[in-house]
Design a binder for this molecule. Structure first.
Ligand code: ADP
Ligand code: MG
Length: 314
């Protein structure tokens, strides 16, 4: 089985700073693959190398069977790119944007019209196609940008933080479009995100990265299953002392501090709350709040790094 994207120890150094450190990725064809990590993890650097925008300083990668360095032109012709920087022109219509891009990507003139209509339909902008982009909502603009990346029928679509800054409802509608593209149009999607929920809901497989390294890669389901644990988050006075005490309880798999709160990894958390609360008050640590969560990808990240994805970035 071929991979749509395969990297071999791909690396990028800026002077002595390593932004991407020997990353090995295997992205199955027709999958939605997520690169999840906090700000500064190296996501944009990684995806930029795969799109041939940046040259690696080490390692190699194949995209659609082409070498990103030796066959950059073929790589570019076979991919679509939707990047973070918003680059739409308010005084053009949606259709004009797509026309420009079709010309730029060498879509033959005689099929351009047909292609435009097809893409407009796909991103559900048919009705708004001839209106100026300045009248579009955030979600419409995002869809237009995605449409623009699709005009030349790429096999792989790269999306750098596709729902950054969108409200939750618009975010979900963008997820629906990405999912539809993948399911019904045989497009492999590689997206980066720092939203756990996005990776969890949308991606068949996720590579979690931090400081240029892959921490782990798996399906979200397996990542969570491997934790085999619920998290109890406890607010208490003297958390440093409490975390040491509570570790002695036999049913606690792991106990650690995150941002001054005590996190306990346990199985069947709901059954254990009374025991934890009882123990704490016996030991002289009245609990101010206790919260139970089933595992999510944030917990996977915390387990490997000891910090949260969301609070990491600067
Ligand atoms: N042109 C550059 N020169 C030096 N350092 C850079 C440059 N571009 C990015 N970096 C650094 O590389 C790291 C990874 O950046 P980036 O790939 O943008 O992360 P992400 O997209 O995950 O937020 C960051 O620490 C960033 O400051
Ligand atoms: Mg980025």
């Amino acid at each position: 089985m071929g991979y749509a994207i395969e990297t071999n120890k791909i690396s990028k150094k800026y002077d002595s700073f390593t932004a991407v450190d020997s990353i090995d990725l295997k992205v199955p064809r027709n999958s939605i693959y997520g690169v999840l990590g906090p700000n500064g993890a190296g996501k944009t650097t990684l995806i930029s190398m795969l799109c041939t925008i940046l040259r690696p300083t080490g390692g190699s990668a194949m995209v659609n069977g082409y070498d990103i360095e030796k066959q950059a032109k073929q790589v570019r012709a076979s991919i679509g790119i939707v990047f973070q920087s918003r680059a739409l022109d308010d005084i053009l219509t949606g259709r004009e944007h797509l026309e420009m891009h079709a010309a730029l990507y060498g879509v033959p003139k005689d099929i351009r019209q047909e292609r435009l209509d097809e893409v407009l339909d796909l991103i559900a902008l048919g009705k708004k196609a001839d209106e100026y982009v300045k009248t579009y909502s955030g979600g419409m603009k995002r869809r237009l940008e995605i449409g623009r990346g699709l005009i030349h029928h790429p096999k792989v679509l790269f999306l750098d933080e596709p729902t950054l800054g969108l409200d939750p409802q618009t975010r979900e509608s963008i997820w629906d479009y990405i999912y539809d593209l993948n399911q019904n149009h045989d497009i492999t999607v590689l997206l980066t995100t720092h939203y756990m929920e996005e990776a969890d809901k949308l991606c068949d497989e996720v590579a979690i990265i931090n400081q240029g390294h892959i921490i782990t890669s798996e399906s979200p389901k397996n990542l969570k299953r491997d934790l085999k644990a619920d998290t109890l988050t406890i607010t208490v006075d003297s958390p440093e002392e409490f975390v040491e005490k509570v570790k002695t309880l036999g049913f606690i798999k792991e106990a650690f501090l995150v941002d001054g709160e005590v996190k306990l990894m346990v199985e069947m958390g709901e059954n254990l709350i009374p025991a934890v609360v009882g123990f704490a008050s016996e030991q002289g640590f009245p609990i101010r709040s206790i919260e139970l969560e089933h595992p999510n990808l944030e917990d996977v990240f915390i387990k490997f790094t000891g910090s949260k994805i969301s609070s990491e970035g600067k």
